[in-house]
Design a protein. Structure first.
Length: 384
C-alpha cells in the first residue's frame, strides 16, 4: 500500500468512493455525448451537487461538506478519469465559490453558497484578460463608482463556465482608485443574460469538449455596492488566494486523465496478441508501460504532497507549481504513449484515447503554463 493510501482518513476515502460512484453512474454514460455535442453538461453538474461533490470545501452551515483539500483532489481526480471536461467544470465552479466563502459578507454567503453547493447556481471567475494574462496588477477592466454602485467595463478571456454561469466574480480596478493603491477589487455579478451590456463569445478548443470557456465583454454593467467582495483593493489577495489550490487541483485532474489512459494501455497490452503472444510481453511495450507508470506515480505523490500541505495550512507556491507542471507533463506523456501502445487502433476516434490526449494538453497551459510553473518553482528554490 502506498504512502498516499496509508495517509488517507476514512473521510477522504468516503469522498473518493462517492466520486467513483458518481463517475460510474452519471459521468461515464454521458461522457461520449458531452464530447460529441460539446454542450455545457448542466444536468451532470447538478447531479454532482446533489451528491455533495460541489461543496466539498464549503462550510457545512451554508450547505457544504466542510471537508479538506485532499478530499477535493481525490474527488476531481476520479471524476477526471471519466471526463476531464466535467472535472474542469467543477474546478472552475469551486474556485468561484471559495472566494465568496472566504471573503464574502454574511448576506453574500447566504445568497450564493447553498445554491452553489447544490448545483442550482454555477459560478465562474473572470480574471484573465487578452492583454494582461492573469496578473491582477495589469488589468484594464474598470469599475467606475457611481451613485448606484459601480459600472463595470472591460474584456475578459478564458473564463471557465463564463456565459453559462449564474454568477460571475469579476476582477476589476475601482475608479477612482484609493489613494496609494491600485484599487483591484472583485465584484459578484449575476449571469450575462441578467445584465445589459454583459456579452459572451465562446471559444472553441481542440479538447475538453463540453467545458465552456470564452471571452466576456462588459460595457457599463451596473452592480450595486453590495456586489463588492471583501474590500476595495483586496482583489489581488482574493484572486490569488486560491491559486496554489487551483494549480494542485489541475494536477489532480491530470492524474485522473492519465490514469484512465494508463489503464486502457495495460488492458490492451495484456489482451492484444501479435506474433502468437500478448504485445505486453514485448520489451518495447514494457518500456513504455514502465515509463508511464513511473511518471504517473511521481506526479501523484507531488500532487498529494501539495494537497496535504494545503489541507494542513502549510501549502506553498513552490509545491503547487511543481505538482501542476509535473502532473501536466505526465498526463501528456501517458496519454500519448497509451495511443502508441494501441498502435493503429489508438488513432481511431471510436476509442477514448484521442479524447484523453486532447484533454490532457490544455493542462500544461491553463492556470499558468508549464514554463511559468518551472520559473516560479526555481525562483522559490533560489530565494529570488
Amino acid at each position: 500500500m502506498s504512502l498516499i493510501e496509508n495517509a488517507l482518513t476514512d473521510e477522504h476515502r468516503e469522498f473518493r468512493d462517492r466520486a467513483a460512484t458518481f463517475a460510474e453512474e452519471v459521468v461515464e454514460p454521458e461522457a461520449d455525448r458531452i464530447e460529441r455535442e460539446d454542450e455545457f453538461p448542466r444536468a451532470v453538474i447538478e447531479a454532482a451537487g446533489e451528491r455533495g461533490l460541489l461543496g466539498i470545501l464549503l462550510p457545512e452551515e451554508y450547505g457544504g461538506e466542510g471537508s479538506d483539500f485532499v478530499s477535493y483532489c481525490l474527488a476531481v481526480e476520479r471524476i477526471a478519469q471519466a471526463s476531464g471536461a466535467v472535472a474542469e467544470t467543477i474546478q472552475g465552479h469551486t474556485f468561484a465559490a471559495l472566494p465568496i466563502a472566504n471573503f464574502g459578507t454574511t448576506a453574500q454567503k447566504e445568497e450564493y453558497l447553498e445554491s452553489m453547493a447544490s448545483g442550482d447556481t454555477v459560478g465562474a471567475m473572470l480574471l484573465t484578460e487578452p492583454d494582461a494574462g492573469s496578473s491582477p496588477t495589469e488589468l484594464s477592466t474598470v469599475a467606475e463608482a457611481d451613485e448606484d454602485g459601480y459600472a463595470l467595463s472591460g474584456e475578459k478571456a478564458f473564463g471557465t463556465n463564463a456565459g453559462v454561469a449564474d454568477v460571475h466574480l469579476v476582477v476589476a480596478r475601482k475608479r477612482p482608485a484609493p489613494e496609494g493603491g491600485h484599487g483591484v477589487s472583485v465584484f459578484v455579478t449575476p449571469g450575462a443574460d441578467e445584465r445589459e451590456g454583459f456579452t459572451f463569445d465562446r471559444t472553441e478548443f481542440m479538447g475538453m469538449k463540453g467545458h465552456v470557456t470564452g471571452d466576456s465583454t462588459l460595457e457599463n454593467v451596473g452592480v450595486d455596492e453590495s456586489s463588492l467582495l471583501g474590500e476595495v483593493g483586496q482583489g489581488f489577495r482574493i484572486a490569488m488566494g486560491t491559486i496554489d489550490m487551483a494549480r494542485t487541483g489541475l494536477g489532480a485532474i491530470g492524474i485522473g486523465i492519465a490514469t484512465a489512459a494508463f489503464e486502457e494501455a495495460v488492458d490492451y497490452a495484456g489482451d492484444r496478441e501479435q506474433g502468437g503472444q500478448p504485445v505486453g510481453e514485448y520489451q518495447a511495450v514494457q518500456v513504455l508501460i514502465a515509463d508511464m507508470d513511473a511518471q504517473l506515480d511521481a506526479a501523484r505523490h507531488l500532487v498529494y504532497d501539495s494537497a496535504t500541505a494545503i489541507a494542513d495550512g502549510n501549502g506553498s507556491t513552490r509545491q503547487s507549481s511543481k505538482a501542476k507542471y509535473v502532473a501536466s507533463d505526465a498526463a501528456e506523456f501517458v496519454t500519448r504513449n497509451a495511443i502508441q501502445v494501441h498502435g493503429g487502433k489508438g488513432y481511431r476516434t471510436d476509442l477514448p484515447l484521442e479524447r484523453y490526449y486532447r484533454d490532457a494538453k490544455i493542462l500544461s497551459i491553463i492556470g499558468g503554463t508549464t514554463e511559468i510553473q518551472k520559473t516560479t518553482a526555481a525562483s522559490e528554490a533560489l530565494g529570488l
